[in-house]
Structure formats: C-alpha cells, structure tokens
Design a protein around this ligand. Structure first.
Ligand code: ADQ
Length: 540
C-alpha cells in the first residue's frame, strides 16, 4: 500500500478536545488522512529568526505530522505576499487588489524551495505526494529538481481564472510551467479546468493531447476536475449530536415567530458579504410586511488580518450592518445579527438547521463548502432553502438551489423573498435533490477519485461523467476553435516524450496497489491556510 504524503500550507494536529474549528481545505484534508497512514507536511504557522529547516514531528492517529517554521520575511513575502496579495485576489477576479510586487514572487519561490528541501529526506520510494493549493504551485518543480520521481499531484482549491487575467502576472509562464512538473493537476469544476486548458492553448502554444492530458513546455500533464465535498457522514452525526441540538434549540428560541436567514463565511472580500447585506437591505426596503418577520445572521470570523484589504472590508461591513440596523431596527427586533467569532462545527450545524434560508453569495469561490454543510444540516421534513451564487463552484452541482447573481442586490432580494415564502413540497423536492448529491459526492468520493487518478489507477473524471446534478448541471466543453489536431499531437507526444513519459501513467507500468479504507478514528485537524489567522474557537 502506497503511503500518502499530503502537503498544505498550514498543518495543525488535533487538540483532542473536540473543539477545533476547521476551514474548508482543512476539514477535507483531515478526512483524507484518516484513511491513510500518511505524512502531513506544511508550515507550523510559527516564525523563527532564521530559517533552519528543522522539522517538528508528531504522530496522531497513525499520521505523521511534520512542520517547519518560517522566517518573518517568508511570511510577509510568501504567505501574506504572493499567496494572499497576488494569487488570491487575482484568481478571484480582483485585479484591483492584486499586488504585482517582485519581492513577493521571490519569497514565494524561496519558500517553495525551502519546503522541498525540508520535505525531500522524508520521501520514500513509492510514496504518493499530494500538494494542495495556490501557496504551493512551484513545489512539484522544486521536488523534481531534487530528484524526486514519485508521482506528485496538485489540487487547486480556488478558481482558475480566465487566461487574460493569469497573463497579467509577471512571470505567469514560469508559474504555469511549474504545473507541468506534476503528474496530475486537479480543479474543482470543469469550468476551471477548461480555463486552464485555454491558458495553455492560447498563452504558451500548448496542446490538448486527449481529454485528460495537456502538453506544453515539452511536458505532458494529466488534468481533471474533482469537486470537493464535505464529510457528509460526520456531519450527519454532528447534526444529531447533543451540542448541535442544544444550539438548534437556542437559535429556535431566539428566532421564535421569525424566519432566520443565515450566512457563514470567512471574512473575505471574495465572499460577497457587502453585496449580501445590500441584498438583505433591499428585501427590507421593498417589503415592509417582512420587516419584523425576518432576521439575518451573518457569521464571519476575521481572517488574514496581516493583509490591508481584509481590514478594510471588515470596517465596511461594520458600517453597513450598523446602517441597516440603524435604519430598520425596533426596540425588540434587530434585522442584522453580525458576529465575527469562530464556532465549533457541531454548533454551526445547529445554526444551519435553525435557519429557513442559507444565503451563500460569494463573488467567486472555488467550491464553497458552507452551501453543502447547510444542505446536510436540514430537517428532511421541513428543510430550509439554499440561495447560492452562480459564481461559486458549488453552483455547478447544486442547481436545485435558488441561483443568483451576487452582484445584484435585487436578485438577492427576489430570491430571499421567494425562499421565505416557498411551500413545503417545493422545499422538500429541491432539498432532496441537493442532499442526494451532497451525500454521494462527499469528501471521500473526492479523495478517492483524486488519489486513484494520481496512483494511475483511474483516469480523472471527464466533464461529461462528472457528478453534476440539478437543473444547472452544465458540463462545459473546450472551445473547439482552440483545439489542435489531436491525432498529430498524440503521435508527436509518443515520439518526443518517450523518456519524459517516465511520469506518465501508461508508461510507468502499474503502481503498487493502493488500498483505501474508511477509518473511524479521530483524524488530524489542520488549521488551514486561512484558519491560522482566525480567532480562537469558542470554548464550551
Ligand atoms: P474557504 O474559502 O475557507 O475554502 P469554504 O469552502 O466555504 O471556504 O469553507 C469554509 C469552512 O470554514 C466551512 O467548512 C465552514 O463551516 C468553516 N467556517 C466558516 N466560518 C466559520 C466559523 N465562524 N466557525 C467555524 N467554522 C467556520 C477554500 C476555497 C473554497 C473551497 C474550500 C475547499 O476558497 O472555495 O470550497 O477551500 O476546497
């Protein structure tokens, strides 16, 4: 059985107290590692005066956790810099917030090299290496430079944007070339994979070898879309748990005779919080009869406080929620309840269940796990309604939600009005379809699909075979105009890349069989790339 090495920016072992609050990436990785006797490597979240490469190792639930400290300059140039001031805004279509600072890119490359050098001695023959997210795009290339020939996969949790945006990055070709050192590159949706293909075809004169492989820079890489899901089984347990029920009871009592709309997001400009508040304000303005009937609870823990734009959005949201309450509140009713705290996941489950509407309206989002958590938490006999942005990756799967344009307060207000008055039969019909997908396409399905494809056991999901469901299901096809002559490309590939096919699944022969098992033990919890800057979880 191959060992799995997972690499993500941040790694944190569990406290064992059951009070961890984990982000989307973190939650998914902890579920993945539960099933393997794997190694988890990443930044400790701490700084040292000078980078020493000294590893801190722990073992928890059969998983070895290895972390390394970074220097202050690494954190400001790599994490707060290139990752969160350059790639994050750009890949979420916020070119106006994107910093094109050369030192950030230098720090990014340096930290990825340092990670590679630190991880290298821990890698054994036959290990599968799975690298996560935009912080670590060059890590595969750095590992190859150190002679690592293992199969290495990369999964991008955030959108891959239109190629014209990527091309605004200085040295964008260097960044994309690094992706061709992986055996497998995974995206959340067919749309993002297609956008990557379009970049490769139009910006670097690459070619599509076949449905699952691209060629550029003299290398071939396998690509696929692997929509991430939630740990649906764990969520079902949590919803039925004592703490979730207690939270549900508290929320139900506090919202008696009123309908609660809930939003849960990291405080991030990509999540569309201002526009959401404006949409709710529009609902109140246009529907006086609803004013005392509804309230909106927005939970938004602060994140990335080291980045100015996050402090600015926080200030704007404080002002906006104050303005709406100032305008509409009464002595016994506040329309907006806005909290910046972190909650336990089982408490969140109780909150979701008590809400009549889940309002998930990011301006751009790789997937959005809150939408799936909201669905999983509902009472099957009286489910709430999901209102979902068309620009969340989740919209590709969750067509039975009320899909809205998050830029339009009117559309948000209309969808809220419709959701609040929706009859039971329609709510149950929509929720049942959504829930079926959430249960089926869960984090285990995501993990298994990616790891099997990485191990060379299975081709990645093709767009037409993906787990798309609901009326919005719309597998996207590559723009035919950009397709090269596939026959000629395949031939050229075979001639030119005989040796380079070392990492090609077909050329390498069968990898060692990989056994997947579903562990039940408590997994590691990682404080993901964002959660490191979140407030501490609430203690019971
Ligand atoms: P995020 O941008 O962090 O993830 P999301 O997918 O919504 O976004 O996950 C957020 C997670 O944080 C959810 O599991 C939620 O329950 C949790 N959370 C939010 N607020 C919380 C609070 N106050 N207390 C406790 N927990 C809270 C990134 C990408 C997404 C992608 C995921 C996974 O940006 O698009 O879906 O990775 O790939």
């Amino acid at each position: 059985m191959s060992r799995l090495i997972v690499v993500s920016n941040r790694v944190n072992p569990p406290s064992g107290k059951g009070d961890e609050s984990v982000g989307g990436l973190a939650m998914a990785l902890s579920a993945a590692l539960r099933a393997y006797s794997g190694l988890w490597f990443g930044w400790s979240g701490k700084t040292a005066p000078e980078f020493s490469g000294q590893l801190s190792m722990q073992i928890a639930d059969g998983v070895t956790v290895a972390t390394v400290d970074l220097e202050e300059a690494d954190v400001s140039e790599y994490y707060n810099g290139y990752a969160n001031k350059t790639l994050w805004p750009l890949f979420h279509y916020r070119q106006d917030l994107t910093a094109y600072d050369r030192s950030f890119n230098e720090g990014y490359q340096r930290v990825n090299r340092r990670f590679a050098e630190t991880l290298r001695p821990l890698i054994e023959e036959g290990d599968l290496i799975w690298i996560h997210d935009y912080h670590l795009i060059p890590l595969g290339r750095e590992l190859r430079a150190l002679g690592v020939e293992n199969r290495i996969g990369f999964f991008l949790h955030i959108p891959w944007p239109a190629h014209q945006l990527v091309a605004t990055l200085p040295r964008h070709k260097q960044l994309v070339e690094a992706l061709f050192d992986y055996d497998l590159v995974g995206f959340q949706t067919p749309e993002y994979r297609q956008a990557f293909e379009e970049y490769v075809l139009s910006e670097v004169d690459g070619a599509i070898v076949d449905e699952a492989r691209l060629r550029a820079f003299g290398k071939t890489v396998q690509v696929g879309d692997f929509p991430i899901g939630i740990d649906a089984a764990e969520f079902a347990q949590m919803v039925a748990g004592e703490r979730a029920e207690r939270t549900f009871g508290v929320m139900a009592a506090h919202t008696a005779f009123r309908k609660m709309i809930v939003g849960v997001d990291r405080l991030d400009y990509s999540k569309g919080l201002e526009e959401r508040f404006l949409g709710f304000e529009r609902l109140l303005a246009d529907n006086p009869h609803l004013r005392r009937e509804v309230l909106m609870l927005q939970i938004a823990p602060v994140s990335r406080e080291g980045v100015d734009s996050y402090q600015e959005i926080r200030a704007r949201l404080d002002a906006l929620s104050g303005r709406i309450n100032g305008e509409y509140a009464d002595i016994d009713w506040n329309p907006v309840r806005y909290v910046n705290r972190n909650y336990r996941r089982d408490e969140l489950a109780g909150v979701y269940r008590a809400a009549k509407v889940g309002l998930v309206t990011p301006m751009r989002d790789g997937m959005n796990l809150v939408a799936k958590e909201f669905v999983a938490a509902q009472d099957p006999d009286d489910p709430g309604v999901l209102v979902l942005s068309k620009f969340a990756g989740a919209a590709n799967q969750m067509g039975e939600a009320l899909i809205v344009n998050p830029n339009s307060p009117e559309e948000i207000a209309d969808a809220l009005k419709r959701a609040l008055s929706m009859g039971l039969a329609e709510r149950i019909r929509r929720w049942s379809a959504l829930n079926e997908g959430v249960q089926r396409d869960d984090v285990t399905a995501w993990r298994d699909a990616f790891v099997k494809a990485l191990a060379g056991e299975e081709e990645p999901r093709k767009p037409a075979e993906g787990p798309h469901y609901g009326e919005q299901a719309r597998p996207l096809s590559v723009d035919e105009r950009l397709l090269p002559d596939l026959g000629a490309e395949r031939e050229a590939d075979a001639r030119t890349f005989g040796a380079a096919a070392l990492r090609d699944p077909e050329a390498r022969g069968d990898p060692p069989p990989l056994r997947l098992s579903t562990g039940t033990g408590r997994g590691l919890q990682v404080l993901g790339r964002d959660q490191g800057t979140l407030a501490r979880p609430t203690r019971p």
